[in-house]
Design a protein around this ligand. Structure first.
Ligand code: PMP
Length: 407
């Protein structure tokens, strides 16, 4: 059992008031708040260890390098990757997907080849492929969803052809909360001899992820969504695949030697890390992963599930509620609309009551089109949220409903 009141003390921002109301932060799918230990790690490293890494002979540079490489090992252990060489530091999920889209398309795809994505993808797992489609003449095949917001596995199977080169799917939907049957989807791709990239941005903070057990070729996530700093994320890739792919960007660090006649590239993982990496961010991310591991990802999942269930039951009591995404397997995200109330109006009025939710298309416009709506209100929970906060949120939604619908 998690001691939520003591956990909340680790997150100073949760003590804030907004318009004289205690902050209720339900925008955790967009980004999570940071525990004191993560922020202190950043301060400690800047004040005591800061020096550019990998190249220096001096003490500080070596210490900073060790911290950065130790952070890589922490991520490796967190994901249960085989080797630290399989962990590439990126700016986030978006950059990780762009890296694969660019390098994989260059190395493995030609005109007429196909990538399978799904209708529930975040724009960051659609647009990079569209950019490659425009450059290289590849095309996207799209897995549809059913009325509960689950991928239709039989339709997914039908999309494979002899032209399919890669599958790129989200593990958990940031709008619907659907936890996709990712092991099954990976097995299906492999049965067709096709590698697969998983967007784990909304999965890693909420459910245990073991990349060896999953067996996907690539897996991406963002530090800021798992209580770590902004500007750092991870691309996991199987070594044999990362070896096959060309570098994404050129610059310092990623080379073995450079001359105007011939440049050779560094070994993994450095081949994909051009320029000075965010070595402060990497150590702070490692601190966040240690924090999450101390609480226990299974305990987090169980507690967040109880918040989801409670909030769903309560929200359904409100007249005119429509919930988008009622998958059997769901993470702690609720997208909803109340009667004809516009999502922005609901979001703005909740904000006036100190409640932070997200409104709009949530960077998933194709999903909104598929559901025939413009946007939703989205409440997304983390382990520091409480049942009392959900009660206040439900009372606030009901208040807004009465205001607009006058009954
Ligand atoms: N994929 C999903 C499912 C997401 O929810 C997000 C962030 N909302 C991203 C990718 C992009 O993550 P980032 O902006 O951190 O790169």
């Amino acid at each position: 059992m998690l001691d939520i009141q003591s956990i909340r003390k680790d997150f100073p921002i949760l003590q804030r008031t907004i318009y004289d109301h205690p902050l209720i932060y339900f925008d955790n799918s967009a980004t999570t708040q940071k525990p004191r230990c993560v922020v202190e790690k950043i301060e400690e490293e800047y004040y005591n260890v800061n020096a550019n890494i990998h190249r220096g002979v001096h003490f500080l540079s070596q210490q900073a390098t060790e911290a950065h490489e130790e952070a890589r090992k922490t991520v490796q252990r967190f994901l249960n990757a085989r080797s630290p060489s399989e962990i590439i530091f990126t700016r986030g999920t978006t950059e990780a997907i762009n890296l694969v889209a660019s390098s994989f398309t260059d190395a493995c795809m030609s005109v007429g080849d196909e990538v399978i994505v799904s209708v529930m993808e975040h724009h960051s797992n659609i647009v990079p492929w569209q950019i490659q489609a425009a450059k290289k003449g590849i095309s996207l095949k799209v897995v549809p969803i059913n009325e509960r917001g689950e991928l239709i596995v039989e339709e997914y199977e039908k999309l494979f052809s002899e032209k399919t080169r890669l599958v790129s799917l989200t593990h958990v939907s940031n709008v619907l909360g659907t936890v996709n049957p990712i092991r099954q989807l990976i097995d299906i791709a492999h049965n067709h001899g096709v590698p697969i990239l998983i967007d784990g941005a909304q999965a890693v903070p909420h459910i245990p992820v073991d990349v060896q057990a999953l067996d996907a070729e690539f897996y991406a996530f963002s530090g800021h969504k798992i209580y770590g700093p902004t500007g750092i994320g991870i691309l996991y890739g199987k070594e044999e695949w990362l070896d096959r792919l060309p570098p994404y960007q050129g610059g310092g660090e990623m080379i073995a030697s450079v001359s105007f006649e011939k440049t050779t590239f560094n070994e993994l993982p450095f081949k994909f890390e051009a320029g000075t990496p965010d070595y402060i961010g990497s150590t702070a991310l490692a601190e966040a992963l240690r924090y999450v591991s101390r609480l226990g990802i299974n305990e987090i999942a169980a507690y967040e599930h109880s918040l989801l269930q409670y909030a769903t039951e309560q929200l359904k009591q409100i007249e005119g509620t429509r919930i988008f995404g009622e998958a059997a397997e769901k993470s702690s995200v609720i997208s909803f609309l109340i009667g004809s109330i516009h999502h922005y109006d609901m979001g703005m009025l909740l904000d006036r009551l100190g409640i932070a939710v997200r409104t709009g298309h949530h960077c998933a416009e194709p999903l909104m089109h598929a559901m025939g709506i413009e946007g939703t209100v989205r409440a997304s929970f983390a382990f520091y949220n409480t049942i009392e906060e959900i009660d206040s949120f439900i009372a606030a939604v009901e208040r807004v409903r009465k205001m607009f619908l006058n009954k």
